[in-house]
Ligand binder design. Structure first.
Ligand SMILES: [Zn+2]
Length: 239
């Protein structure tokens, strides 16, 4: 099953890098990645697929090189774009499960909406300072990211570049994200599970998320029925 599976990782950043390594080692056959960024020297400490020699090159090329070296049988598919309103549904539809580790809320909500509309399971992950979370959403769409966070926040939300994030926290959260994704692929009952990790105490908690009765995405009368670009305009960042 895993050998035949195709997983899409949105963003090859601090969460995407360790997640991609774990997916490759877990035997997932096809790893698709979407990203349009270049390797930056200031991020090397947490973007552990990359080295000094990769600085200035596209993250996709550096990631593909590293993944093919560690798992030669793997197929790596590169989408040289970020997830955008006009390509999101098309991109997620190609995957059996999506891992979303974007550093901004707009992309997180876009991934949530696109996956729900396409009927594709998704695991969201984020990490800010010492705290990280991972949420598994099943193919049926709920409970979903919008049950936790109703809508894209305003511009005063913390930016991950400003708030900072601790390297070990992203590693733990990415491992939890991959664990949930493999569970979804393997048919385990993990949809609606939220994992939280607090790097200050080392506490890792796993609990079910309640469905929001009036959720605009997965509720009985959903208001989100298509991707409207204007809904994802906020530049706010989630880590
Ligand atoms: Zn929901």
């Amino acid at each position: 099953m895993r050998r035949d599976a195709r997983v899409l990782v949105v963003g090859a950043g601090g969460l995407g890098c360790p997640a991609l390594m774990a997916l490759a080692h877990a035997g997932v056959g096809t790893l698709a990645i979407c990203d349009d960024d270049e390797v930056d020297v200031t991020n090397l400490h947490r973007q552990i697929l990359f080295g000094e020699a990769d600085v200035g090159t596209p993250k996709l090329d550096a990631a593909a090189r590293a993944l093919r070296a560690m798992a030669p049988g793997i197929e790596v598919v590169l989408h040289r774009t970020r997830l955008l309103p006009d390509n999101a549904v098309e991109l997620v539809r190609t995957a059996d499960v999506v891992l979303e580790g974007a550093d901004n809320f707009a992309t997180k909500f876009l991934a949530a909406d696109a996956c729900a509309l396409a009927g594709v399971p998704v695991v969201h992950a984020s990490a800010v300072r010492w705290v990280g979370t991972a949420l598994a959403v099943g193919a049926s769409g709920g409970p979903c990211y919008r049950c936790l966070f109703e809508d894209v926040p305003g511009e005063d939300a913390p930016n991950c570049a400003e708030a900072g994030v601790m390297g070990p926290v992203v590693g733990v959260v990415a491992a939890a994200q991959v664990d949930l994704a493999l569970g979804l692929l393997d048919g385990a009952d993990v949809a609606g599970t939220l994992v939280t990790f607090d790097g200050r105490t080392g506490e890792l908690r796993r609990r079910p998320v309640p469905r929001r009765a009036d959720c605009p995405l997965c509720g009985p009368a959903p208001r989100i029925r298509l991707i409207d670009a204007a809904s994802y305009a906020s530049p706010a960042c989630a880590g």
